[in-house]
Design a protein around this ligand. Structure first.
Ligand SMILES: [Zn+2]
Length: 230
């Protein structure tokens, strides 16, 4: 059996732990038990247990300050889980016309069930995408270097014109967020003008058709943008 499938069979939560550690590091650099517990929505003792198990499998390490790091082996697993996740999302959205805002959940269910051969087949068939349908870059891609450090939408200024880069993986997990984005067409590459701003919301105008929409600041804080004009 392939290594990833083997690991998934004996430690089902491993793929989610490893990919979550990868994603926290990508966005915040430091991975603590507390942050991991928050993202995995489990207790801290549960995280400690899991980390212990991942350590015994030589997938993670912890330094003197308790910061969690992926070993080379852990890094490889995390990258291949995320790659599968993103390709399944594309399969669902691009080929099967499954709703964009629901694809993340289904992809999670399937991500450690498919073989490397099928993953590579998907990659070719889908035209070698370098990000997921929500804009998150493939591990190791060029896109990963630029997208990850961009500005978040709630920091956009009044009158600015911004292009959406991605709905962060963390944001995809916030209940209602993808749905709200879908309702108003907030997707990678769409361009918006920041028309109004207050403590709770941003009022946006979609440049392509002048449609108006509102997004709350909490949701906006999980959306990466690039400024293209004022
Ligand atoms: Zn996605």
């Amino acid at each position: 059996m392939e290594k990833l499938l083997e690991l998934a069979a004996k430690f089902p939560a491993a793929s989610e732990y490893l990919s979550t550690i990868y994603l926290i590091r990508r966005d915040y650099e430091k991975v603590t038990n507390a942050k991991l517990a928050e993202r995995m929505e489990v207790s801290r003792p549960a995280v400690s247990q899991a980390v212990k198990r991942l350590k015994s499998l030589d997938l993670v390490d912890q330094d003197l300050y308790g910061l969690i790091k992926l070993t080379e082996k852990g890094e490889n697993y995390a990258s291949s889980v995320l790659r599968r996740h993103y390709l399944i999302e594309h399969l669902l959205v691009d080929m099967l016309a499954y709703p964009w805002e629901k694809s993340d959940v289904e992809a999670k269910n399937l991500q450690d069930k498919i073989s490397t051969e099928f993953t590579n087949h998907l990659y070719e068939k889908l035209g070698r995408p370098d990000r997921c349908p929500h804009g998150n870059p493939m591990p190791g891609s060029e896109a990963e270097k630029t997208i990850v450090k961009s500005t978040r939408l709630h920091h956009a200024e009044l009158g600015q014109v911004v292009r959406v880069q991605r709905i962060t993986e963390e944001g995809e997990e916030i209940p209602g967020l993808l749905h709200a984005c879908h309702e108003f067409g907030i997707r990678p590459n769409e361009i918006f003008l920041v028309k109004e701003k207050n403590e709770e919301n941003l009022n946006l105008v979609r440049v392509s058709d002048d449609a108006r929409g509102v997004i709350n600041n909490l949701f906006a804080s999980y959306i990466d943008i690039e400024t293209i004009g004022i």
